[in-house]
Ligand binder design. Structure first.
Ligand code: SAH
Ligand code: MG
Length: 952
């Protein structure tokens, strides 16, 4: 890899995907049909009495004229398509890795291809170039019939690919393609005419009249003339980017019109960006003047041709940045051209807003903002916490896009899994295979041979230029459970680092490295700055020039301000509902952002969303929105002002960019945000606990319960409020005397999950040679633990972990009474959060630290660990509840806990009470006969022979 060489790059580029080969061969005769497949059997759980929806999988059938094939099922549509195409290729006996022609062969092919363009047949071909050839026949005077070499280079990707084979440098210097095409034309002097120093080609003999006429008639169905909006990008940064109207008459050639707008005589003097700007499917390209003299270097041998150009005008930083290659002089950004699909001239207006959107789309944070449609609110998050909490484009996807847009090679990921064997095996892959690979490897990484999963995958990323110069390397130290996770996290690190640069391109490198902290990035400054330094000139130019024309401090109400966060005039209104968002939870807000203009009552609405959700504490929104949201409770609204962000963001958000632009440059402005907190979801509890405790608190609770199960030699266990069965599932991994395990919960969703997990664990144990559990029976009940069911009477041990706080306090007492009076387990273990510990949890996971020395207010500002908690008790509260309960029902009680320490303030993170029955077992049995109530519904049952069933 390190020494991959140039030819390798070219070869890899030429490699087509199986689908691309099929499409190339069969065109419309290849029909890909993708169907959704619900995989019930595989992922379901036999006997589960709750209707299940499997995950959505896709299968592709490919119909070819001669036969059809069907793929396996995949998580992604495109994988299914590729798999079907692969099968078809196999049937057809086609090797998907074609022979790559040598440079000499490519040169011969290039000459032949250019010759073909000027043949009679070409005028009736499907190529987008055909439109240019016909338009050339309508040009006037000297220009009659002349075709600019630049459009040949741009519209025929086959030609460009051949040039890349001749000389890989073509990839990074677009003018070289022109050199090769012009050079090929000089070899065809019997067919075409070129003239010294010109970048256009004529056909030598006129077309036969019938061919000419039929082609021209076909194309002239177009309307009289068209006007399209394009964008003029002056090379001087002193001048603003502005819209221009291109007026193309029905008989004119659009390139000539663009030329006149760039002060050139005709379209032959115009170069076209070889790549479309923005979306891949767009026709948006940059047009700019060709160098005055373009010296054709005909003497050197093929691969050694160098560009010899003499550009007039100065570098155009904005256009160069958009394009990713140097552009000199003024440029026009227009969406116009002949396409394969449309007969006539395709054209679309481009607004200033879309120009600014393209500009910010080139930065990682811009991509994220646009993918969330929240330019003035969203930010690239600092952390990839969970896939479910991440909104917007995924980091890996964004990194690929970033590299593509900036003409870099695809990022190279290498993951290494550090399994128990201590040997590290490394797999390297590129994008195409990565999609397929991750679908398979994602799962196998988590199961370390039946033992408990541990974090064991690490991922490195390397970014290279097109010519394989290293630009950045990121080698995170962290290990992850899944390969995907490690890739996303490494990608995010790279993006965060890049983002820090794009936020402040003047920043010295050492500072950049300090600023973003532990991103584990190694940068190759020379290569990096060669690539990106031009951005310095573009970023926020206008604002800097305006000389910080911000609202004066005296016109901003600084009373309700948090100046260090840039928040002014803050007001929060509405009744306090007591539900606050905390770090890790998702906050749902509605918001609007307006431009407030000094001295005017009217505001200009820039951006608004009815509902927008983000994870608290990860920097997924601008700091001001996060700080203010953290102070709001559900149902409240807030309004505040902040200083202007970089101008390109405002203009990308504004519908009427031209008007906004004039406001911004003439008046002092600020932004006003209106936010309403609609709701919050998702417990931060698990992640907070996971981050802080090792092993995680949930695991410590399981181990605590296990200890008592072993000591008591319990054979029957009931887990009250079993949730997704984490306790029951874990218990099956240890040797105990347990024979029967039962779970009760009121959440069907959780119970379904529990059933699947326990089912698969028990099935595996059944198959294993040495079963480590004696559990013969497992049952899951749907029911409330505040109601008695006689089937659960008199178990050896009952557990109720982190459940009572999910009920109202009176229900918790009701449960306490019923469990000790009616269910009467010999031992009962109850755990619940210790409220006093929250200060520690929240301090550690909080980004906004209030320096409040007053302990009491600090305690008050602490929220519950989980939005669903109805209460959280202090140690005193819990002791009172449990002691009284135990006394009432003839149980003893002991207090303990997990996480932290019982001897130190503020006690354990999770407090635990262990109740033991003082009633002798014989007496207890007498009590049983009285009541035989079946209030619970069996959701799922396992009978020890591997048979599951449900009794409805
Ligand atoms: N004990 C599990 C789950 C804790 S979450 C664990 O430690 O992982 C709390 C669970 O209590 C939820 O699954 C919720 O559905 C359940 N729950 C809340 N009120 C309940 C009630 N009245 N009866 C039964 N389960 C209840
Ligand atoms: Mg809880």
């Amino acid at each position: 890899m390190e020494n991959g060489g140039l030819s390798v790059v070219a070869v890899r580029k030429m490699k087509l995907t199986p689908k691309a080969i099929i499409v190339q061969k069969f065109g419309r005769n290849a029909q890909f049909t993708v169907d959704e497949v619900q995989d019930v059997v595989q992922n379901g759980c036999p006997g589960l009495a709750i209707p299940q929806k499997g995950p959505c999988l896709y299968r592709c059938s490919l119909q070819l004229p001669e036969f059809s094939v069907v793929s396996e099922t995949f998580k992604k549509k495109k994988d299914a398509e590729q798999s079907a195409a692969e099968k078809a290729l196999e049937k057809l006996g086609i090797d998907p890795s074609p022979n790559v022609p040598s440079a000499e062969e490519a040169w011969d092919k290039l000459i032949a291809s250019v010759k073909h363009l000027f043949s009679n047949e070409f005028l009736s071909s499907q190529s987008p170039l055909r439109g240019h050839f016909i338009a050339a026949l309508r040009r006037d005077g000297d220009l009659y019939g002349s075709v600019p070499a630049s459009v040949i280079a741009v519209c025929d990707s086959k030609l460009a690919n051949l040039c890349k084979l001749i000389n890989p440098k073509v990839e990074s210097s677009h003018l070289l393609v022109l050199t090769y095409i012009m050079r090929a034309a000089t070899r065809l002097s019997e067919f075409v005419v070129t003239s010294e120093g010109q970048l256009s080609i004529w056909r030598k003999d006129p077309y036969p009249p019938e061919i000419k006429e039929s082609s021209i008639i076909q194309q002239s169905e177009s309307p009289d003339s068209i006007c399209i909006e394009a964008i003029h990008i002056p090379s001087s940064l002193e001048m603003a980017v502005h819209p221009v109207t291109l007026n193309v008459s029905s008989t004119g050639y659009y390139l000539d019109v663009i030329a006149r707008n760039l002060d050139q005589t005709d379209g032959n003097k115009i170069l076209v960006s070889s790549r479309t700007i923005g979306k891949a499917s767009s026709e948006m390209r940059l047009y700019f003047a060709a160098p005055k003299s373009y010296l054709l270097d005909l003497s050197s041998d093929l691969p050694n041709v160098e560009e010899v150009v003499d550009f007039e005008g100065s570098l155009n930083p904005r256009a160069s940045y958009l394009y990713g290659q140097d552009i000199y002089g003024d440029a026009i950004l227009a969406s116009i051209g002949y396409t394969r699909k449309s007969e006539g001239l395709f054209h679309e207006d481009i607004t200033l807003q879309s120009y600014y959107r393209m500009l910010i789309h080139l930065t990682p944070s811009g991509v994220y903002k646009l993918s969330r449609e929240a330019i003035l609110t969203a930010e690239l998050p600092m952390a990839f916490t969970t896939r479910t909490n991440w909104r917007g484009s995924f980091p890996r996807e964004m990194l690929f896009m970033f590299c593509r847009q900036h003409w870099l090679s695809e990022p190279v990921f290498s993951t290494c899994s550090n399994s128990l064997k201590e040997s590290s095996e490394s797999s390297r892959f590129y994008e195409k295979s990565a999609a397929l690979e991750s679908a398979e490897t994602g799962k196998e990484c988590t199961s370390g041979g039946g033992t408990a999963a541990s974090d064991n995958v690490r991922c490195e990323v390397k970014i290279f230029s097109k010519s394989r110069d290293p630009i950045l390397e990121c080698s995170p130290k962290e290990f992850y459970k899944k390969q995907n996770e490690s890739i996303e996290n490494a990608s995010l690190k790279v993006l965060s680092w890049l983002n820090a640069y794009f936020k402040d391109p003047d920043i010295p490198l050492e500072k950049l490295n300090n600023l973003v902290g532990a991103l584990d990035i190694q940068c190759y400054p020379q290569n990096f700055f060669k690539k990106f330094s031009s951005y310095r000139f573009i970023h926020n130019v206008q604002q800097r020039k305006m000389g910080e024309k911000l609202l004066q401090a005296n016109s901003i109400n600084t009373l309700n301000a948090i100046p260090e966060h840039g928040i002014y005039c803050l007001s929060i209104g509405g009744p306090d509902s007591g539900i606050y968002p905390s770090n890790g939870c998702l906050s749902f807000i509605s918001y609007s952002v307006s431009l407030v203009i000094e001295g005017e009552t009217m505001k200009e609405l820039l951006e608004s969303r009815e509902e927008f959700e983000f994870e608290m504490g990860t920097g997924a929104v601008i700091p001001q929105v996060e700080v203010v949201t953290a102070q709001m409770s559900v149902g409240q609204s807030a309004c505040f002002c902040k200083e202007l962000p970089p101008q390109e963001l405002i203009l990308a958000a504004a519908d009427d960019s031209a008007r906004t632009f004039s406001l911004l440059s003439s008046r002092a402005c600020c932004l006003e945000y209106h936010i309403t907190l609609l709701r919050v979801t998702e417990p931060p509890e698990d992640r907070m606990e996971q981050a802080l405790f090792s092993p995680p608190l949930s695991k410590q609770r399981v181990e605590y319960a296990l200890q008592h199960i072993k000591e008591s030699c319990a054979t029957t266990l009931v887990d009250f409020g079993c949730g997704s069965g984490s306790l029951l599932d874990s218990l099956l991994d240890y040797p105990t005397a347990l024979e029967k395990i039962v779970g009760v919960d009121i959440s069907q969703k959780s119970l379904s999950r529990a059933a699947k997990i326990i089912h698969s664990k028990l099935s595996k144990k059944l198959d294993a040679a040495v079963p480590c559990t004696d559990v013969k029976s497992a049952v899951l009940f749907d029911g409330s633990i505040t109601v008695f069911d006689s089937r659960l009477h008199g178990f050896d041990i009952g557990t109720c972990l982190e459940v009572i706080e999910h009920m109202e306090e009176d229900e918790a007492s009701q449960f306490g009474n019923i469990v000790l009076s009616s269910f009467r387990p010999r031992i009962l273990i109850v755990s619940t959060p210790n409220y006093e510990y929250n200060a520690i949890l929240q301090k550690s996971s909080s980004t906004i630290q209030e320096d409040d020395p007053d302990e009491k207010t600090q305690l008050q500002s602490c929220k519950f660990r989980n939005h669903d908690h109805k209460f959280e008790w202090t140690r005193d509260q819990f002791n009172c509840w449990a002691t009284e309960l135990a006394a009432r029902h003839n149980y003893s009680v002991e207090f303990s806990g997990v996480g932290g320490s019982g001897d130190r303030e503020p006690g354990f993170a999770s407090q635990i009470a262990v109740f033991r029955s003082r009633t002798p077992p014989e007496e207890d049995d007498l009590l049983k006969d009285g009541d035989s109530a079946h209030h619970y519904k069996v959701i799922w049952e396992w009978d020890g022979n591997g048979l599951s069933r449900s009794s409805l």
